[in-house]
Design a binder for this molecule. Structure first.
Ligand SMILES: [Cu+2]
Length: 472
């Protein structure tokens, strides 16, 4: 399947004057990569949420941050303007790009008042789907993301992988997060992730969506919040998963409900049920003995109305399988999560995060088998930057993955075995628990992918390269 050809053809249909009427060969040429320029201004600001005016920490003046849209092959240039009174930075969660220099490098920090530039070269064969971006300052990521500093990043092209009749399906983008209020503000410190909270979709409480009976829609759902989990269901409907963590699946699967820790994304097909009103909701969720208990809650309302549409046949697969179990394993590792809950200290392999320490050094071009062992009495979502992995077993039971992923819940007192392909990017990045409170309190570690000669190509951590703050 050539995504680019399909896109050019679609563009020609819409824009017959845009140069598509030339030689027949033109239509098959790849669309010229473009540069997408985005400015993200992080600021403390009073914003309107659910009819209340609340002090929050937001991008570009709104609690719902802008959605960035790029295509495979594009360059993404972002100016991060930091108007907070604290350092800020950006991580592009799930993206398969370089972790070095001004790319997806979370070791950089933009001081208060400064502006820094990020430039991502997105590979032409990058997986399409729903990604997200967020502040990733160690020690402050929970408060910054909870305040609003996260948004969706779409790599276009997922629907091009669907069969013809549903390629033009209506798409819904749903960014899940929550907020609490203390003294007219969303709290930045001492956040109690187990306290009563209000769940929002795209910054709104209980938005209304519509579908026609029988109509197929593509829903892109992301948990872009700081700490809390969702167990998503759509009453009266099934969901067919076509991508997990923006990895299109090689086997489409039907889900009654989807567990979504922070950072998780699912892209699903939904077919409108009989006329009526339905609920997108989270079931009650128990994150563990020392973790939080989340009550059930309504997220959004879906109204099925209008003329019925004949149900389209659904795809069974979007991409060819890449089963990493067929590739040689270069190294086995055990990665152990522990915590001292009462002391608010969280550890990987007995150590709290240190940005100047290298914890793991795989070699580029190899596959490693990691067993993530959770010796705590709550679940932790394991996430690694840059390269997605394949889950091969959970608590010792073999797991037949339908695709790759970048975030996986590790059961309380249990373990998950994954295969990590360190395909092509050298350099330093991190893996961590994606409950941001845990990450901030130490549950994060550094991986440095060495070149094929076994040498590091990473620059030392400097926090440098920033524009001086304007004076006067
Ligand atoms: Cu955790």
């Amino acid at each position: 399947m050539n995504i680019r050809i399909l896109r050019v053809l679609a563009a020609c249909v819409l824009l017959p004057l845009a140069g598509c009427a030339g030689a027949p060969g033109d239509a098959a040429a790849p669309a010229a990569p473009s540069t997408v320029n985005v400015t993200l201004t992080a600021e403390d600001k009073a914003v309107e949420i659910d009819g209340k005016t609340l002090q929050a920490r937001v991008f570009n003046g709104a609690f719902a941050a802008p959605t960035i849209r790029v295509r495979p092959g594009d360059s993404l240039d972002v100016e991060l303007v930091n108007q907070l009174d604290a350092p800020a930075n950006l991580h592009f969660h799930g993206m398969h790009v370089s972790p070095q220099g001004d790319s997806d490098n979370i070791f950089r920090q933009t001081p208060p008042g400064a502006t820094e530039h990020y430039s991502l070269q997105i590979p032409p064969d990058h997986e399409p789907g729903l990604y997200w971006y967020h502040s990733h300052i160690h020690g402050m990521s929970e408060g910054q993301v909870f305040g609003g500093l996260s948004g969706m990043l779409v790599v276009e092209g997922l629907t091009d992988l669907l069969p013809d009749p549903i390629q033009g399906a209506t798409e819904q983008y749903l960014a899940l997060r929550d907020f609490q209020v203390q003294d007219g503000a969303i709290p930045a410190d001492n956040i109690d992730s187990g306290a009563p909270t209000t769940r929002v979709v795209n910054g709104e409480v209980d938005p209304r969506m519509t579908i026609a009976p029988g109509e197929t829609q593509v829903w892109h759902v992301a948990n872009i919040g700081a700490d809390i989990w969702y167990d998503v269901e759509l009453t009266g409907h099934r969901m067919w998963v076509i991508a997990e963590d923006a990895d299109p699946v090689w086997e489409v699967w039907e889900a009654e409900h989807l567990v979504m820790p922070p950072g998780k994304r699912y892209e699903v097909l939904v077919q409108g049920a009989a006329p009526g009103t339905y609920e997108l909701r989270t079931r009650a969720y128990n994150q563990g003995t020392t973790g939080d208990q989340y009550p059930e809650a309504r997220l959004a309302t879906l109204v099925s109305e209008g003329a019925a549409v004949e149900r389209a046949e659904l795809p069974t697969s979007l991409i060819p399988e890449r089963d990493l179990r067929t590739e040689p394993v270069a190294q086995d590792r055990r990665i152990v999560f522990t915590e001292k809950n009462a002391a608010n200290e969280f550890f990987i392999d007995g150590k709290q995060f240190d940005p100047t320490r290298i914890d793991v050094t795989p070699t580029v071009g190899t596959v490693e088998r990691w067993t993530i062992v959770n010796q705590t009495q709550e679940q932790h979502p394991f996430h690694i930057h840059i390269n997605d992995f394949q889950v091969v077993s959970i608590d010792g039971r073999p797991y037949d993955a339908r695709g790759h992923q970048d975030t996986v819940p590790v059961p309380q007192g249990g373990e998950v075995m994954i295969l990590n392909p360190f395909d092509d990017f050298t350099g330093k990045y991190v893996f961590h628990c994606h409950i941001l409170a845990h990450e901030d309190l130490g549950m994060m570690a550094v991986v440095d992918v060495l070149n094929s000669e076994g040498q590091s190509e990473s620059a030392p951590v400097t926090h440098g390269g920033h524009t001086p703050a304007p004076t006067g």
